[in-house]
Design a protein around this ligand. Structure first.
Ligand code: ADP
Length: 469
């Protein structure tokens, strides 16, 4: 059952019970009060009748020492006529409780009469047919006689009013329930709207629309839930996007990998085939073998680099506090005098938190790239700068530079701006990808500034030695 229907149903049940009980209590209260008033009046009327009887008995001629029965009848008949238009209903009985006079329509048993005694006034409420009466009993002391006077007061109207009250209340209850149902239907539909919007959002998201957000239409708990749901959806969307990007990167990687494998392999297979199927002169044989060797070497370098990237990606670096001087010394030894390039070293003293061999690999790759990008006799600056919170390494060249639109791609595996130029210099597009992975485990990243035709600067910052992780 829908949540809004549940709210509606329970409200109607509660309303029905509340209206039912309060209606019953109210109508009954009015009835009881009216009946009490009628009983009071009936008892008073009975006393007045008794008094009137006694007064009338005083006017009996003096010759009677005891009130005769026919006089009793006469007085009773006068009293009866003295009632309202319908007449009173009376019954008069003698000392032995034998009936002396009964009004027409006075049809009662003698149960009350038997309970009535001198100074004992009685009453009861009784139903006769469809009518209700208050039956009262009292004694009359008239001319040496004790007589019993019973009176019947019709109170059917009070009972009829109660029935009418109940019936009216039932109708009012039904109307109120109906109106309440319509109002509650609207209210419950408004109250549960955030839930419906959330359901819609979950369905849309399940169908793949991760950017869809539920509209927040209230500030209460459901509004908070919508807010939380939306932030969860945001985080989810980000994760999914990340995963998608990762998958895309992996696919790109696989494509590039296959392509990079194919080029040297095609050359190797081609030259090998030539060697085995043709009788080549010595010069051509050496040239073919040379091609096979160089391309094989390229494959070897590529597979080693790939292995490095995979290892670096999985590695948890054990960072140690090391001085920077040995790193610069190593670079000087590696490059100065070995290439036709002018190297300039300038570094401030300092220590860094690093795995030193990995940082050497990064710098060797950066300097190597700078050499590849520079002309013979070009200038390369390798610098180290102590910052407030770290130490910055930078390699600057004044070579071919990188076009702006290529900048964000060059750290991807196998990406080369100029493929033939890179391959001719033994490049495979893996060096920077390896640098990025290594810097990642040092909680750092590669900063690249470059302008086509003017040169590039590759830098990164490492945490200072002694700095807490
Ligand atoms: P590789 O050097 O093996 O080709 P890298 O990942 O090191 O692979 O570099 C990717 C590409 O980025 C290079 O092929 C080159 O096109 C470009 N690149 C890298 N460093 C520089 C640089 N200093 N100046 C110009 N281009 C560069």
């Amino acid at each position: 059952m829908k949540f809004s229907m549940k709210i509606l149903l329970w409200t109607i049940i509660v309303m029905a019970l509340a209206l039912g009980f309060s209606g019953f209590y109210f109508v009954n209260y009015v009835f009881e009060t009216s009946l009490e008033r009628e009983v009071g009046q009936a008892v008073d009327e009975s006393s007045i009748l008794g008094f009137a009887f006694e007064t009338a008995a005083l006017s009996v001629p003096a010759k009677y020492s005891v009130l005769p029965n026919n006089t009793v009848e006469e007085i009773a008949s006068n009293l009866e006529r003295g009632g309202q238009s319908t007449g009173r209903l009376l019954r008069i009985s003698d000392e032995e409780k034998n009936v002396l006079y009964t009004s027409d329509g006075f049809e009662m048993d003698d149960e009350l009469l038997q309970q009535t005694g001198e100074n004992i006034k009685t009453y009861r409420i009784i139903q006769v047919g469809e009518k209700y009466y208050i039956h009262t009993g009292t004694t009359v002391n008239a001319l040496n006689r004790i007589l019993y006077l019973e009176n019947m007061k019709d109170v059917s109207e009070v009972f009829t009013e109660r029935e009418m009250g109940f019936s009216l209340y039932r109708k009012v209850t039904l109307v109120m329930l109906f109106v309440g149902m319509v109002i509650m239907q609207i209210i419950s539909s408004l109250l549960t709207k955030p839930v419906r919007l959330l359901t819609e959002a979950t369905k849309r998201m399940a169908a793949g629309d991760y950017a869809y957000r539920a509209k927040q239409i209230s500030q209460d708990e459901l509004g908070q839930l919508t807010k939380d749901f939306n932030s969860m959806a945001g985080a989810l969307e980000q994760n999914i996007q990340m995963l998608e990007e990762e998958i895309e990167a992996k696919e790109e990687f696989m494509g590039a990998f296959a392509h990079e494998l194919k080029t040297p392999l095609t050359a190797i297979i081609g030259y090998a085939d030539m060697l085995r199927s043709h009788k080549l002169d010595e010069e051509k044989s050496i040239m073919s073998a040379n091609y096979i060797y160089t391309e094989g070497k390229r494959l070897e370098t590529m597979s080693l680099r790939l292995l490095d990237i995979i290892v670096a990606g999985k590695e948890e670096a054990e960072l140690q506090e090391v001085p920077v001087e040995p790193v610069f010394d190593y670079l000087e030894e590696m490059f100065v005098g070995r290439r036709k390039i002018e190297f300039y070293f300038e570094h401030e003293p300092g220590t860094v938190l690093a795995e030193i061999n990995l940082i050497k690999t990064v710098l060797v790759n950066l300097v190597d790239n700078a050499c590849k990008a520079s002309e013979e006799g070009g200038r390369i600056e390798i610098s180290g700068q102590a910052l407030e919170n770290g130490y910055r390494f930078a390699v600057r060249d004044y070579g071919i530079g990188i076009p702006e639109e290529e900048l964000h791609k060059i750290t991807k595996a196998f990406y080369m701006v100029d493929k033939s130029r890179a391959r001719s210099k033994n490049g495979a597009g893996l060096g920077l990808a390896l640098c990025v992975e290594i810097l990642k485990i040092h909680h750092s990243e590669l900063e690249i500034e470059s302008e086509a035709g003017k040169g590039s600067c590759f830098g990164f910052i490492l945490a200072k030695g002694g700095a807490k992780e």
